[in-house]
Design a protein. Structure first.
Lengths: 93, 215
């Protein structure tokens, strides 16, 4: 078997760990399957890629914006309406 | 009529590519084994070269494309965006080498044959540290199926097998995707570094023994 779990890399691990703590302290949990940080109560999700590519300050600012009734997805590439709809349905369960 | 999903289309594509994947893998494995025959026959008792081949399975290939999407969600409104032919490793060969002193020799032999292939070395950590050679390209038997070739320190390669099943593609849903969790990546880096240090110590011991025997 060949495992290719090794593509990523170069991101500051400590920085990432700090951002993860920030999200977890704000009620977000890592969704292993989707690789997103999700807060069902706030109806908001951050993709792992977004967390990697944005600063702690940027993420903090987004966390402080008020929650809405609609799901909000913080992705590097904004998801299409269909993807948003399907994700909201899947995550809302 | 029921709408065909992105996954349905990719399964059909895999069916069409599967015989080519097997042919590419057969060619690559045969070529590399032959290339490395002289150095393999020259190995000392404690030295190892293992060649592992794998054809990516259908579900694994589809999931590899899915992992390129944020939230791992295909956009069903854009099905033509996705093709298994975009994957660099439908057929893959990994050459595991122990100890590190043999690694450069093996890599030089293999790379000379596949000099045109795109190099994409595996680097991890901060600052990025080299972990293994990796390149991909096409074998003469197929212009559609890209193949990947890795030359890897054996300790790291064997750890990747455990990591693959435990964190990267586990059957246990709770652990799925865990390999990308920052805290696990950080700990994984420490394992790679420990292997490097262990190999360095072994190398020094072997060198010391060789010098003593020469006296």
């Amino acid at each position: 078997m060949i495992a290719l779990a090794n593509g990523v890399l170069g991101t500051r691990m400590t920085d990432l760990t700090v951002k993860e703590e920030l999200l977890e302290n704000s009620g977000y949990r890592y969704h292993f399957d989707r690789m997103i940080y999700i807060n069902r109560a706030a109806r908001r999700a951050f993709s792992l890629e977004f967390v990697e590519d944005h600063s702690q300050q940027e993420i903090q600012k987004l966390l402080e914006t008020p929650a809405t009734n609609e799901w909000v997805f913080h992705f590097n590439e904004p998801p299409s309406d269909r993807v948003k709809r399907e994700l909201a349905e899947a995550l809302g369960k | 009529m029921t709408e065909r999903t992105v996954e349905d289309r990719l399964r059909e594509e895999y069916f069409l590519l599967s015989s080519e994947i097997r042919r590419v893998l057969h060619q690559l494995q045969t070529d590399v084994t032959y290339l490395l025959l002289p150095v393999t026959l020259d190995l000392k008792y404690h030295e190892r070269i293992h060649i592992e081949a794998r054809a990516k399975e259908c579900d694994s290939a589809i999931n590899a494309l899915r992992r390129r999407e944020e939230a791992r969600q295909f956009d069903e409104d854009s099905p033509t965006r996705y093709s298994l032919a975009n994957l660099p490793d439908l057929a893959a060969l990994r050459v595991l080498v122990f100890p590190k002193s043999r690694l450069e020799d093996v890599h030089t032999i293999v790379r000379a044959k596949y000099a045109e292939w795109t190099s994409d070395p595996v680097k991890t950590g901060t600052p990025p540290r080299f972990r293994a050679w990796k390149y991909h390209g096409f074998c003469s038997t197929s212009s559609r199926v890209r193949a990947e070739l890795q030359v890897v320190p054996m300790l790291t390669g064997l750890f990747w097998q455990i990591e693959h099943d435990a964190f990267y593609k586990p059957r246990d849903a709770v652990l799925r995707g865990a390999a990308n969790k920052p805290v696990i990546r950080e700990r994984t880096e420490r394992v790679y570094d420990a292997f490097d240090e262990l190999e360095d110590v072994l190398e020094r011991e072997l060198q010391r023994n060789a010098e003593r025997d020469a006296v």
